[in-house]
Design a protein around this ligand. Sequence first.
Ligand code: 3PG
Length: 400
Amino acid sequence: VGDLTAAELKGKKVFVRADLNVPLNDSQVITDDTRIRAAVPTIKHLIDNGAKVILSSHLGRPKGVTPKFSLAPLVPRLSELLGIQVVKADDCIGPEVEKLVASLPDGGVLLLENVRFYKEEEKNEPEFAKKLASLADLYVNDAFGTAHRAHASTEGVTKFLKPSVAGFLLQKELDYLVGAVSNPKRPFAAIVGGSKVSSKIGVIESLLEKCDILLLGGGMIFTFYRAQGISVGSSLVEEDKLDLATSLLAKAKAKGVSLLLPTDVVIADKFAPDANSKIVPATGIPDGWMGLDIGPDSIKIFNDALDTTKTVIWNGPMGVFEFVKFAAGTEAIAKKLAELSGKGVTTIIGGGDSVAAVEKVGVADVMSHISTGGGASLELLEGKELPGVLALDEATLVTA
Ligand code: 3PG
């Protein structure tokens, strides 16, 4: 299958799987439309070239048909961003949907109902995948956030619909999270944070193979300190991961990776926004106190290390940044990366809480890439292959 040129799209029915799994509040109002905005370039390219877009997504984890997980609340924002009225189907397969597809004009968009209203979706049942495939002439997967799931609309459908190609968002995510990370401009620094080392083992191990500098922050650092015999008060420690932490430190040394742990921490007398706090050396956490952020000396050391780099990937906050008193470390990293971005350093924000942090600081727009994936980004950074990507043909969507 060759590349899918713009000319080949005219009048074609294109099944587009996007990840429109956006957060909604109790009044069904979208509280973060990032994923909808991220899906727009591919859809716009298709409609601008006269394709009929059959748009599919999941929302949440419904058990059967559940009104609060309907995609209906997304229609106004999607229509606004695309500049056309998006038609919404009440189902994602069946005669009513077929009728709507048949009446879709060139350049029109039909949003199918939540594909997870059918249990066959997550079970990746071929009969269901075949029904989805029967709606269209070709398949575009732009659902990066769901590419780690082998579901009917992300994987099964490709067996019945050719060509199956990556959309622009999926391609960009792969270019950065695989391309830039595997072939980085050096020096290449990875910043890994988050509360538990157990959830980042794969990421750290994989990045240790590739990076020159590894900066660790977040709750996980206390497991590393403890592994070195340092007392950490009542900070979070995963006792069953002490050996692992020791072996990660040894591995970094063996690989010649400069692994930096914070030298000072902000400690609290309870886990609460109004806790009493103070800054102490990492080796001086008193009993009854817990570390909730990295300290100012660590920020300085991390910033100096980052100043030497050409590529930086960041996954996981440096502290409990939801609490103002313990947000400084995470915010400082966000600001540093924004500054480096301005100097031509490739800056990649690898999903989840670190994305929330750069958005909070208001520097999201200046980063080279901000991933729209959570679990999918982690799996890619762990070096895993994603079923939704493996199922695609080599062909890509090209603008020419
Ligand atoms: C996500 O939000 O990470 C994706 O949309 C995937 O959702 P899931 O974890 O429910 O499969």
